[in-house]
Design a protein around this ligand. Structure first.
Ligand code: SAM
Length: 256
């Protein structure tokens, strides 16, 4: 299981593996809006708000979004990994209203009810103690604030590739998914809304999918097949030079 802290730390020590996965989404996603802009369209920011992001990764989701923050908003970007924070600084550059800090979601260094918006995208499934983490989020969120957390579903890319390859994925992490997230969140928030982002990958070069699978190393272990046989197996499922791979991603919006 992915809560193995050492595996998570190794996976995110640098931005390299995450960047490889981000690049396949950029290259092959059918929905051209983009997951980041779609998520951001639901944040409902207002002037003067204090915003906290936990597990910000490379900050890629904020690319092109910072200029549209309403006047007077401040953004604190945090991540458990110093390497990821370094990458986020490089992605986003220096701005007066944006700060970066190393932080674990299980121990948020902030006063009670300090933030209007708390964001934790694509990271809750990594957290060893989800009860502790969600309690911390609830503590630092204002009573009229929003907690936004994007995650994946259980029937997305890895499940589909697993079926195509005829191999189960071992150690796949289903600790916080679109399917079970609501139940976990409702223990801490009175209103929880689920929004789904419709998308798929239309892949024309299966070598990119092999890169994607390799980048998951330690988090979802696939196969004792070697790379050429994985690519050959995937090629057999292409139609007119395209392999269509469904995605399952979405967002929970929670109110205290
Ligand atoms: C899949 S990346 C998501 C990055 C970004 N939120 C995004 O959506 O692109 C997961 C991130 O969560 C971070 N992370 C993992 N466990 C964490 C924890 N306990 N507290 C804070 N960040 C954590 C990792 O270092 C990594 O940067």
């Amino acid at each position: 299981m992915l809560q193995d802290q050492k595996t998570v730390e190794a996976q995110y020590a640098t931005a390299d593996r995450l960047n490889r996965r981000i690049s396949i989404h950029e290259k092959y996603s059918v929905n051209r809006q983009g997951f980041g802009p779609w998520i951001a369209s639901h944040y409902d920011f207002h002037p003067g708000q204090r915003i906290l992001e936990l597990g910000c990764g490379t900050g890629d989701m904020w690319r092109g979004q910072l200029d549209s923050l309403p006047q007077g908003c401040t953004l604190l970007l945090t991540d458990a990994s110093e390497g990821m924070l370094q990458a986020a600084k490089e992605t986003l550059g220096t701005r007066e209203n944006v700060c970066f800090r190393q932080m674990d979601i299980q121990r948020i260094e902030a006063e009670k009810e300090a933030f209007d918006r708390v964001i934790a995208n694509m990271m809750l499934y990594h957290v060893p103690d989800l009860t502790l983490a969600l309690g911390e989020v609830r503590r630092v969120l204002k009573p009229d604030g929003l907690f936004c957390c994007a995650t994946y579903g259980e029937n997305g890319i890895t499940a589909h590739l697993s079926r195509l390859l005829g191999r189960p994925v071992s150690r796949e992490n289903h600790r916080f998914t679109l399917q079970n997230g609501r139940g976990l969140l409702e223990r801490f928030f009175s209103q929880v809304e689920r929004l789904d982002y419709p998308d798929a990958l239309a892949v024309t070069d299966v070598e990119d999918l092999a890169d994607y699978l390799e980048s998951l190393s330690g988090m979802a272990d696939w196969t004792d097949q070697d790379r050429p046989s994985v690519c050959a197996a995937l090629r057999q499922h292409m139609q007119n030079g395209v392999l269509l791979v469904p995605k399952e991603y979405g967002l929970f919006i929670c109110r205290p």
